[in-house]
Design a protein around this ligand. Structure first.
Ligand code: FAD
Length: 472
């Protein structure tokens, strides 16, 4: 039986980062991963392939508008060659997963190839693949992530009623695709397929698109999607979906009480992801669970000493909703590894987690929405600045969207920043730092923003929060 200080189960962005940090702080580490490559959902099926497809969609947009840019030579019908798209995307994914392998070697982390279950008393049994039993002297970190799940009435067949796992591999651009759910995954695929030329229809149960975002952001996205020809049904419940040959028949109850039927080439189910714990035998050891998720404290300890858990598979006690995001799982992995090594570490403030959605126009947000700030009892003031006024946006030919700051009137503290439009997923970094440093709006005003940049909108939104933007 091989012994390590730490054994990590799962090499997603949670597990592999936890392993690297644990090795950096002097622990011996093995990672058990059942896939043929390291990197988990994010690298293989999630963040990376979807964002690669979005870059292709953007390239297509630029070429479609070649004339406007004065670019000549792009005559004839403009299309997209999906075999080349997939080849390029797969090269990017392959390069990044190999990069994690390199980091494992560099940090002397052993990759045990197989499927693990917990055997009790620090034991980990690899029952598929490289069969053996390992022992974790200090701690086991469970980082087994999440998998797509559906809603009642909709059975995923992975052929016509698909998940994001299949959507990233579609060999041809569908003529039509319906998307169930308008969270990040749903609206990103809606953007990709619409740009590629599909008819796209979104069904969202809640009253607005991207329901976790500030209401102003949802309204702006709905406006933009409408302009792009994406049909959105909000407040709509899909009650039936039946795959029939090379199409799927969908039935939905719309907000006005009417029933809508639709035939589409595919139905993409993007209604969220559930925890992966099947076969782990974690409950047998008495680990406390919550709705199938592994319950942990703010330092990622489960109810059983010697077993920690991080990433998409957990729920944090006392936290209303645990965000299933790559950077969150990595941050949790770092905290867990440092705590296990006895190093000083700091708990994560989940109010300061940036969220990025890479649809078109893209969304970046951090902190409280206007409504959340009101619900927490703050005397709220907001300031908004439209990107369309900025020189940089005009040059880029992309003038949609805005930056909105939510602040507390009493102490002038920045409580949340919400943006939709060009480069929002990058601009949110400044806002995240502002929240982390408990910045006031005044500090954002006094921070000099380079000209001409999209970031000027952050400074201007701060001015607007104090009552007067310079360029409005
Ligand atoms: C389409 C899509 C797009 C996304 N885009 C983004 C984005 O842009 N930004 C962002 O922040 N997040 C994004 N996410 C979410 C992000 O991918 C996840 O939050 C992140 O991957 C979670 O990391 P994790 O380490 O907890 O789990 P995972 O990445 O799911 O990794 C878990 C790993 O554990 C392995 N495993 C499971 N059980 C066992 C076992 N018993 N034995 C051995 N190995 C096991 C699995 O094979 C897997 O490799 C996206 C997700 C999807 C689906």
């Amino acid at each position: 039986m091989k012994d390590y200080d730490v054994v990590v189960i799962g090499a997603g962005t949670g597990g592999y980062v936890a392993a690297i940090r644990a090795a950096q702080v002097g622990l011996t580490v093995a990672v058990v991963e059942k896939q043929k490559a390291l990197g988990g959902t994010c690298l293989i099926w999630g963040c990376i392939p979807t964002k690669a497809l979005l870059e292709h969609a953007h390239a297509l947009k630029v070429v479609q508008h070649a004339k406007e840019w004065g670019v000549t030579g792009a005559q004839g019908p403009i299309g997209i060659d999906m075999s080349q798209v997939h080849a390029r995307k797969d090269r990017i994914v392959g390069g990044l997963t190999k990069g994690v392998e390199f980091l494992f070697k560099k940090n002397k982390i052993e990759w045990i190839k197989g499927t693990a279950r917990l055997a009790g008393n620090g034991g980990i049994e690899i029952f598929e693949g490289d069969k053996q039993t390992l022992r974790a002297r200090k701690e086991i970190i469970v980082a087994t992530g999440s998998a797509p799940r559906s809603v009642p009435g909709v059975t995923i067949d992975r052929k016509r009623i698909i998940t994001s796992d299949e959507a990233i591999h579609l060999a041809e651009v569908p003529k039509s695709i319906a998307v169930l759910g308008s969270g990040a995954v749903g609206v990103e695929f809606a953007s990709i397929f619409r740009r590629f030329g599909s008819d796209v229809t979104i069904f969202e149960l809640l009253p607005r698109l991207v329901p976790v975002e500030d209401e102003a952001v949802s309204a702006e996205l709905e406006k933009s999607f409408r302009k792009q020809g994406i049909t959105s049904h909000t407040g709509a419940k899909v009650t039936k979906a039946v795959a029939a040959g090379d199409a799927v028949d969908i039935e939905a109850q719309l907000a006005d009480g009417t029933t809508k039927t639709l035939r589409a080439d595919y139905l993409l189910v993007a209604t969220g992801r559930g925890p992966v714990t099947a076969g782990l035998e974690i409950e047998r050891l008495g680990v406390e669970m919550e709705k199938g998720y592994i319950a942990v404290d703010a330092m990622y300890r489960t109810s059983v000493p010697g077993i920690s858990a991080i990433g998409d598979v957990i729920t944090v006690r006392g936290l209303q909703a645990h965000p299933q995001l790559a950077h969150v799982s990595s941050a949790e992995g770092i905290v867990a590894a440092e705590r296990i090594a006895g190093r000083e570490t700091r708990p994560i403030n989940y109010d300061h987690v940036p969220g990025c959605t890479y649809c078109e126009p893209e969304i970046g947000s951090v902190g409280l929405t206007e409504r959340e700030a009101q619900e927490r009892g703050y005397d709220v003031r907001v300031g908004t600045f439209p990107f369309g006024v900025l020189a940089r946006a005009k040059m880029a030919g992309d003038v949609e969207g805005f930056v909105k700051i939510v602040a507390d009137k009493k102490y002038d503290e920045v409580l949340g920043v919400h943006m939709i439009g060009l480069r929002s997923t990058e601009l949110v970094a400044e806002a995240t730092l502002a929240l982390r440093l408990e910045s006031t709006v005044e500090e954002l005003i006094r921070t000099i923003h380079a000209h001409p940049t999209m970031a000027e909108a952050v400074g201007e939104a701060a001015h607007a929060t104090h009552g007067a933007a310079i360029h409005l």
